[in-house]
Design a protein around this ligand. Structure first.
Ligand code: UD1
Length: 419
């Protein structure tokens, strides 16, 4: 298995470009199931999750042309061979559930393996299923799979008990062809939901309110294929912002979706970083010493749970005490044990992590546990004394495009050791 080796201590200086957002591409790929002809997605990052979703669409019967170099992905689905997302794919990528809505909407039936637990918590999909049931679908659960059938979905009023990103997207995808109007209340506000709604509207759907907590979808009978450019990845951009701030660096982040990162901006400024909006991106200047700040993860526009681990790494060497509260997922502190192995002073109390800043972290062999945790360990390695080795980086490759090359371009001493 590949490893990332880091020699800590360098300030990051220079310019880095943000890739397209993984969490926006996956629902756009699922949306391609709704049309017969070639749908085109551009600015697609080279990531393992994209490859997994391609395998899934191929398994369903889609034709795919992908040029990773130019980031252009074309998908055509004339018919489906098997309307099924098998266990082997769903267990490696929970976002596979996104095919449920479009499959049942266009092909009247879908069978998707239930994702079950994962490293960061239970992560059920009950709200996706409840929403489809409200739209008149017949639901069966057997042998670890959910089978959804509907001759034609009916518009419905759906209230989501918990704000769910892929749940909102799945129901939007299902509702575009439904009979009548669907209203999703307590919908997710994330920019990736808006990106999907914009794309669907360009395909001919009638969706209003995306980006607010009430989304209305008036069903239409036909959609046409389009070309869609993926929005920049706010989590990748945020990770570089934290990296710049914690290494006391000076980094220009090109294509940084600044307006999608308000909560992080505010926290980084509180911690002492300077964030300057410049033409085409954002410059982050780290300051010394980093000040401790409290962070609470909340669905968008609150502080993103996908940035919690990276922020915790920054707080490990800050001057004071920081309380980090995770409200979105119940078990998203897997990185804590690894940070403690580097000398971090962290106590977990339920959903809170209390981080007391230490003078320095020391490099150590570490194991990545999930996607964003992997990034946090790399950030910690950048400021640690000595050598850090991060293994199990297949998690990292799911969601960060060439992160080691990008960090190297900023002056980090970082290498990928191939197995
Ligand atoms: C998406 C993102 C992920 C991010 C997360 C929260 C994608 C592909 N992934 O994941 O990177 O960390 O949003 O911002 O976009 N829940 C239920 N029932 C459901 C669905 C969700 O109880 O049917 C709960 C979850 O357990 C969790 C919370 O709702 O506690 C939010 O999860 P959700 O927004 O659904 O996460 P994902 O869409 O899987």
């Amino acid at each position: 298995m590949d490893k990332i080796i880091i020699e800590g201590g360098n300030r990051l200086i220079g310019e880095v470009e943000v890739s397209g957002a993984k969490n926006a591409v996956l629902p756009l790929m699922a949306a391609s199931l709704l049309v017969e002809d070639w749908n085109t997605i551009t600015n697609v990052p080279r990531l393992k999750d994209i490859e997994t979703f391609k395998v899934l669409l191929g398994h369903l019967g889609s034709e795919i042309i992908h040029d990773p170099e130019s980031g252009v992905l074309k998908i055509r689905t004339r018919s489906v061979k098997t309307p099924e997302a098998p266990y082997d794919l769903v267990k490696t990528m929970r976002a596979s559930i996104l095919v449920l809505g479009p499959l049942v909407s266009r092909f009247k039936v879908a069978r998707v393996s239930l994702p079950g637990g994962c490293a960061i918590g239970a992560r059920p999909v009950d709200l996706h299923i409840k929403g489809l049931k409200k739209m008149g679908a017949d639901i069966r659960i057997d042998h670890g799979y959910v089978t959804v059938r509907a001759e034609r979905l009916k518009g419905a009023k759906i209230y989501l008990d918990t704000t769910t990103v892929t749940g909102t997207e799945n129901l939007m995808l299902a509702a575009v062809h439904a009979d009548g109007a669907t209203v999703i209340e307590n919908a997710a506000l994330e920019p990736e939901v808006v990106c999907l709604a914009d794309a669907l509207n360009r395909m001919g759907a009638r969706i209003r309110g995306a980006g607010t907590d009430t989304i209305r979808i008036d069903g239409v009978t036909e959609l046409k294929p389009v070309e869609v450019r993926v929005i920049p990845d706010r989590i990748e951009a945020g990770t570089f912002m934290v990296a710049a701030a914690m290494t006391k660096g000076n980094v220009f982040i090109k294509d940084c979706p600044y307006n999608h990162l308000d909560s992080l901006n505010m926290k980084l400024k509180e911690a002492g970083a300077q964030i300057l909006e410049e033409e085409g991106g954002v410059r982050v200047l780290g300051d010394y010493p980093v000040r401790s700040v409290d962070v609470k993860t909340i669905p968008y526009p609150g502080f993103p749970t996908d940035m919690q681990a990276q922020m915790m790494s920054m707080m490990c060497t800050a001057g004071g005490l920081s309380v980090i509260t995770e409200t979105v997922f119940e078990n998203r502190f897997m990185h804590v044990g690894e940070l403690q192995r580097m000398g971090a002073d962290i106590t977990i109390d339920g959903r809170c992590a209390i981080v007391r800043g230490v003078r320095a972290l020391s490099g150590a062999p570490l194991m990545a546990t999930d996607l964003r945790a992997s990034a946090s360990l790399i950030l910690a390695g950048l400021v640690a004394e000595g050598r850090t080795e991060v293994s199990r980086i297949y998690h990292l490759d799911r969601g960060y495009e060439r992160i080691e090359e990008k960090l190297k371009g900023l002056g980090a001493k970082i290498e990928r050791q191939r197995a």
